[in-house]
Design a protein around this ligand. Structure first.
Ligand SMILES: NC(=O)c1ccc[n+]([C@@H]2O[C@H](COP(=O)([O-])OP(=O)(O)OC[C@H]3O[C@@H](n4cnc5c(N)ncnc54)[C@H](OP(=O)(O)O)[C@@H]3O)[C@@H](O)[C@H]2O)c1
Length: 319
């Protein structure tokens, strides 16, 4: 048998550890995105006749509503604009032959929850998608956020209070029935350094932690909880119109994310986003300062362009 020196043994141990790590990562990815969605497929309709989606007339929320309707659930749409609510309800009824109910509510207001609670009191809601969320109109330094008090309060209410209160309204009946699904939409911004989006990213970190705790408390009572933390997705909020590998359409994103319910309780929802988040965090791990400098520079560029656009618009309106 060959004799290895101390350094050779160390090198061999390192190579084996690296190989083990790579194999573990590959197995994890294959299980999460390929095997899990087949073996853990959730029958949403069996969790309760109705699914409720907040912020459901556009973007990611509308796609969740459509995906759940395609799986046979009746849909409660809770959103702000009545014309968009009516149009979305008609589209879903026609395309998927399910019932819909609309509830108009503005999640930037505080006193909406009694009304929502009353309107859905008689419905067996098996799936809750806490999707509504509001971000900055453009990246900005904390003290310079425009209309500071109103903007910050709106973000806190729409991103954090909504998730907490809607879960508080719907979870107790799910627990009584011993089944249900709660999907909370966070953001990848809470997983990576997010200067100039501080309040939004912090609100989404709350969604992540809240989901983790609810999962720990109610998983054993038959409730599936999943927190989805997307990267960029084409939508009004992101302002991205053209789909790419790193910024898919809301439809592509939701098709991927919903297939992971029952497999992972915390996910970015879409494989290329996992690569993006891991790359940023690897750079951050190697050199925190460089990563923060890079992201701050990119945020400042976006901020500069947005401010220039606003200035031009204001000047046009005055002229
Ligand atoms: N898009 C991304 O790149 C991205 C990335 C990470 C996380 N997310 C998260 O994904 C979720 C959905 O984002 P999105 O990009 O799909 O947004 P979106 O396309 O802008 O759609 C937002 C939806 O929420 C409704 N809404 C907005 N403000 C509301 C309010 N105050 N009260 C009630 N409803 C309101 C909108 O209805 P109205 O049109 O009537 O206002 C619309 O139906 C959010 O939680 C967001 O933080 C998005």
């Amino acid at each position: 048998m060959a004799h290895y020196g101390y350094l050779e043994k160390l090198g061999l141990a390192f190579a084996l550890a690296l190989l083990f790590y790579i194999v573990k990562c590959i197995v994890n990815v294959v299980y999460t995105y390929v095997i899990g969605p087949v073996v853990n497929k959730v029958d949403f309709k069996s969790k309760g006749k109705w699914a409720l989606v907040t912020g459901s007339t556009d973007g990611i929320g509308k796609e969740y509503a459509k995906e759940l309707a395609a799986r046979g659930c009746d849909i409660v749409l809770v959103s702000r604009s009545m014309d968009k609510l009516k149009a979305t309800a008609t589209e879903i009824q026609n395309d998927y032959k399910v019932n819909t109910k609309i509830v108009q509510a503005d999640f930037s207001e505080e006193g909406i929850y009694d009304k929502i609670s009353k309107e859905i009191a008689d419905l067996e809601i098996g799936t809750l998608v806490n999707n509504v969320g509001i971000s900055y109109s453009y990246p900005e330094y904390f003290t310079d956020i425009a209309d500071w008090e109103n903007t910050v309060t709106t973000m806190i209410r729409a991103n954090m209070v909504s998730v907490t209160r809607m879960t508080g309204i719907i979870l107790p009946d799910m627990v009584k029935r011993g089944r249900g699904v709660v999907i909370n939409i966070g953001s990848g911004s809470s997983l990576i350094p997010s200067p100039l989006l501080t309040v939004y990213a912090a609100c989404k970190a709350y969604v992540d932690k809240f989901s983790e705790g609810i999962d720990m408390e109610y998983n054993k009572k038959g409730i599936i909880v999943q927190c989805v933390l997307p990267g960029f997705v084409c939508s009004n909020m992101s302002g991205i119109r053209r789909a790419s590998l790193l910024a898919p359409t809301a439809k592509t994103f939701v098709k991927s994310a919903i297939s992971l319910v029952g497999t992972t309780s915390k996910t970015v929802g879409y494989f290329p986003h996992a690569i993006f988040v891991n790359t940023i965090n690897s750079i951050y791990g190697m050199s925190g300062r460089f990563a923060v400098w890079l992201i701050t520079r990119s945020m400042e560029n976006t901020r500069r362009k947005a401010l220039k656009k606003y200035k031009n618009k204001r000047e046009k309106n005055i002229a």
